[in-house]
Design a protein around this ligand. Structure first.
Ligand code: NAP
Length: 254
């Protein structure tokens, strides 16, 4: 039956940045669909671990700082997560930073941090998880990209570069791995009510201008991403490869 294909029962998902914001919502959505969760974060994400367990799922913590971890350390983190959880079926590359400074003054350190966390860590985690998934002949990788994978944005050139590139990496990996049972896709959230957009919402004029441009007439919440995430993590999307699904209240359609 079709609804059975959306079940994640018995699966294990590794979710980066699962301590707050969209990552916490993604982890809880996958757990509600049946998955056990490994939360990859810098600090122990007690709130998320408690909430996942209260849903009756197993919850584990994998510690990593994505700004400083080497590719080898990330690969070891993924292997340990798989060994401790017993399997690894789903990777969600959600963790990300944004640094707002005019392009003419954009600090090199901001550029480097954003590219490191938002692009390079996502690639090397995908590489490590992909190796395991290719060996087992199945797996789902979901990259959290952005409207700035399609548009230029303002004051965020490093973020735009990283999110455009991660959309490209999504397609590149899909091309290599689709025939081997591994799905690589992305979700592009619109303007969501999290810490990532706190600066925009703190400016009343900017907040209103953005709200007015969203066809749905409101900012998104972490809950709004759950459906797309469960779909891309589940057998229901087995023939979906290299797609970037906007969950944006209609922003890109306007
Ligand atoms: P958020 O509330 O600021 O959360 C960012 C997450 O990334 C946190 O869990 C944070 O962990 C983690 N992170 C940052 N730097 C890290 C590092 N060096 N190592 C490990 N984890 C790190 O933002 P969000 O809105 O939930 O964003 C989640 C993802 O969605 C990001 O990739 C973002 O670009 C994307 N996105 C957001 C929006 C939006 O409107 N909010 C729109 C499009 C795309 P700490 O708590 O340790 O800092």
């Amino acid at each position: 039956m079709i609804l059975d294909q959306f079940s994640l029962s018995g699966r294990v998902a590794l979710v980066t940045g699962a301590n707050r914001g969209l990552g916490q919502g993604l982890a809880l959505g996958l757990a509600e669909a049946g998955a056990d969760i490994v939360a990859l974060t810098r600090r122990r994400p007690d709130d998320t671990l408690d909430q996942v367990r209260s849903l009756g799922r197993q919850a584990r913590w994998a510690e990593a700082d994505l700004a400083t971890a080497t590719p080898e350390q990330l690969a070891e983190t993924v292997r340990q997560a798989r060994d401790q959880a017993g399997r690894l079926d789903i990777l969600v590359n959600n963790a990300g930073v944004i640094r707002r400074q005019p392009a003419a003054e954009h600090p090199a350190a901001d550029w480097a941090e954003v590219v490191r966390v938002d692009l390079e860590a996502a690639f090397f985690l995908s590489q490590a998880a992909g190796r395991l998934m290719l060996a087992q002949g199945q797996g789902k990788i979901i990259n959290i990209v952005s409207l700035l994978s399609f548009q230029g944005g303002v004051l965020v050139p490093g973020y735009t570069a990283a999110k455009h590139a991660l959309a490209g990496v999504t397609k590149a990996l899909a091309n290599e791995w689709a025939a081997r049972g591994v799905n690589v896709n992305a979700i592009a959230p619109g303007y969501m009510d999290t810490d990532n957009t706190a600066a925009l919402r703190a400016d009343p004029a900017r907040r209103q201008a953005i709200t007015d441009r969203i066809p749905a007439g409101r900012w998104g919440t972490p809950t709004d991403l759950m459906g797309a995430a469960v779909y891309l993590a589940s057998p229901a999307s087995d023939y979906v490869h290299g797609a970037i699904i906007p969950v944006d209240g209609g922003w890109l359609a306007r």
